[in-house]
Every structure is written in C-alpha cells, then in structure tokens.
Design a protein around this ligand. Structure first.
Ligand SMILES: NC(=O)c1ccc[n+]([C@@H]2O[C@H](COP(=O)([O-])OP(=O)(O)OC[C@H]3O[C@@H](n4cnc5c(N)ncnc54)[C@H](OP(=O)(O)O)[C@@H]3O)[C@@H](O)[C@H]2O)c1
Length: 301
C-alpha cells in the first residue's frame, strides 16, 4: 500500500515535533515546515504546496500564548484565524485534505458535562476567539477538513505543565496548585496517533466524515490532583529523588491572577472520535505513566 504524502505545518512546536517523529516511525512520507513557510502569507503556502504536492496537510502552527494574546491581538488573529484560513485555502487549491488542531478554549468552561462537538462556542479571550474563528474559516475554505479540538497538552518537546511541575518539584519544598479547574490532560503522542489514524484510514479509502472532533485523554481531574500524580510517578520512575518531600497545596484560581480567565470545566466528550475511528481513548493516568516511564528511561525532562 502506498503511504500518503503529508505536510506538517508548525513542525517544530510541541505537537508538530511529536507528530513528525510518530509519522516517521510509521513510515508515513512526511515533510514539515515552521516559520520558514509563514502561515500569514498565502503566496508562501501556495508555493510550497505546489512544489511538494501534499495529499494531506496537518496544521499545528498557532499563536499559543494565551495571556500574551490579549496584548498581541493582531498577530494572534493573523495566525489562529487568518493563518488557518490561508492554510485551508492552500489545501483546497492543492486538492489536499486538512487536519487542523483547535482547542477547548472555544468554550466558556461553565459546562457541567463533557463538551460535545455541537455545543455552542463562547470563547472568553483573544486566543479562544481567534481559534474559534480559525475553525470557521477552515471549514469555509476547505470542506475536506477534520478539526480536532484538544486540551491540556503535554509531551516531550516544549514548555508544558508536566515539565514545569517536575522542574519546580526538584527546586522547591512547597507548591500551590489550582484545585478549581477541571479538565483532561492529553499526551501529545496519543493525539499524534489519532491524527495519523485520520490520514491512514482516509488514505486507505475508508470514508472518515469531515468536520469537528474532540480528543483528549480519558477521565477528568483538577490541576492540583494532576500535579500530585506527576509527583508520585516522577518519584516512582526516578525522575525525582524517591526520598524527596514536597508539600503540594490546593489553591483557588484567584490566587494566580491571569489576564484571561481559565475555563473552570473543560472536559471534552470523545464519543464521536472514538466511534468514528473505532478506537478506545486511553485514560490520562495511564498515558501520563507511559510518558514519564519513557522520559525516565531517556534520562531527561
Ligand atoms: N499546548 C496546549 O496545551 C494546547 C491545548 C489545546 C489546543 N492546542 C492547540 O494545539 C496546536 C499545537 O499546539 P502546540 O502547543 O504544539 O503549539 P506550539 O508548541 O506553540 O507550536 C506552534 C508552532 O507554530 C510556529 N509558528 C509561529 N508562527 C508561525 C508562522 N507565522 N508560520 C509558521 N509557523 C509559525 C511556532 O514557532 P515559534 O515557536 O517560533 O513561535 C511553533 O513552532 C495549536 O493549534 C494549539 O492551539 C494546544
């Protein structure tokens, strides 16, 4: 079977790097670009697509600094909304299907049950608003697109909560972590596997309906309980000294004032993706444990 030809945009970011590694390990023919093919330039995107002739494009490029975005609205919009639209237009012109990554921040986080794909969006900050507009532009410009909303992403590359916690737990005797925001952590490698599934299934001729999907790891937890599990597993796998004692205290979001209010509840309902791809969603604890085990064996974090 011939492998589909894939272009990963934003290939040096946290998810893009993980995807590039996973695709290469599965023998999927992939090329990647980051800032050198600027997503704010339609001409640059069209020119690269014309030369590489991808069958699939995955967009991992975005403006992801949630608080900074409040003071940097134009750049954030240029990337997350207009840039996403540019990519979808380039994909359409090249006859390529697009996987676009979006976020739980399109919701206001006031829900009391996991968010479904057709729940009304109501972003509360510039980042969420521009990501929501990006979704709209993507579906307008290239109806042959899959949009995957995800949340609480961590992985081997880049800054993320797991790395920050491990670092602070190695440095401090006491930590305060918010206990009033609930969500589901997502290992970037699990999400990369889902993206690969869309492409491989579609490349093999299986019809995978286009549109919006939700994906995170299973279960729900507060940042505080997530931090406690990182501490416990970090010690178990030898990333942190097994005798180390750090007092982890719960606190409220009010103790960490931020420019943008964080969604108090951002659990995503994964039943659609699970049924379309016929795949179980691994629980957050299982994935965190697998991730930290790998990290420990490579001796770095
Ligand atoms: N991280 C999370 O917790 C999270 C949660 C939910 C959804 N998401 C979504 O998941 C996706 C991937 O997130 P991530 O955390 O992997 O993002 P990331 O690490 O910030 O990666 C984004 C990449 O895009 C690049 N980029 C910036 N401006 C560009 C431009 N003009 N043209 C081309 N590339 C450009 C960045 O380069 P520089 O680093 O040089 O700026 C970076 O390599 C995003 O769509 C994000 O909204 C993330």
């Amino acid at each position: 079977m011939t492998q589909p030809k894939v272009w990963i945009i934003g290939n040096r970011g946290m998810l893009g790097t993980e995807l590039s590694e996973l695709f290469a390990s599965r023998g999927i023919s992939v090329t990647g670009t980051d800032r050198e093919v600027d997503i704010t330039s339609q001409d640059a995107l069209n020119a690269f697509a014309a030369e590489y002739k991808p069958e699939y494009i995955v967009n991992c490029a975005a403006y992801t600094a949630v608080d900074k975005a409040e003071d940097d609205r134009e750049l954030c919009r240029a990337l997350n909304a207009d840039g996403a639209g540019n990519i979808a237009r380039a994909a359409n012109r090249a006859g390529a299907r697009l996987v676009h990554i979006s976020t739980d921040y399109v919701f206001n986080g006031n829900g009391t049950r996991p968010y479904r794909e057709d729940d009304p969006t109501d972003p509360t900050g510039v980042y969420g608003l521009t990501k929501r507009d990006g979704e709209v532009f993507v579906l307008q410009e290239n109806p042959e697109s899959w949009i995957i909303r995800t949340a609480w992403l961590y992985g081997q590359h880049g800054n993320n909560f797991v790395h920050t916690m491990l670092r602070l737990m190695g440095e401090r005797d006491e930590l305060r972590v918010v206990n009033d925001q609930f969500g589901s952590p997502t290992w970037a490698r699990d999400l990369a596997g889902i993206v690969a599934d869309f492409i491989v299934l579609s490349g093999a001729g299986t019809s995978v309906p286009f549109g919006i999907y939700h994906y995170s790891n299973g279960g729900e937890i507060s940042w505080f309980d997530f931090a406690r599990e990182i501490f416990s597993l970090g010690k178990r796998f030898g990333i942190l000294d097994s005798g180390r004692n750090v007092t982890i205290l719960p606190c409220s979001s009010a103790e960490f004032p931020a420019k943008v209010r964080r969604p108090p509840y951002s659990v995503l309902d994964k039943s659609k993706i699970s049924s379309v791809l016929a795949r179980d969603v691994p629980g957050w604890k299982e994935s965190l444990s697998q991730y930290l085990k790998i990290k420990a064996s490579k001796g770095k974090y």
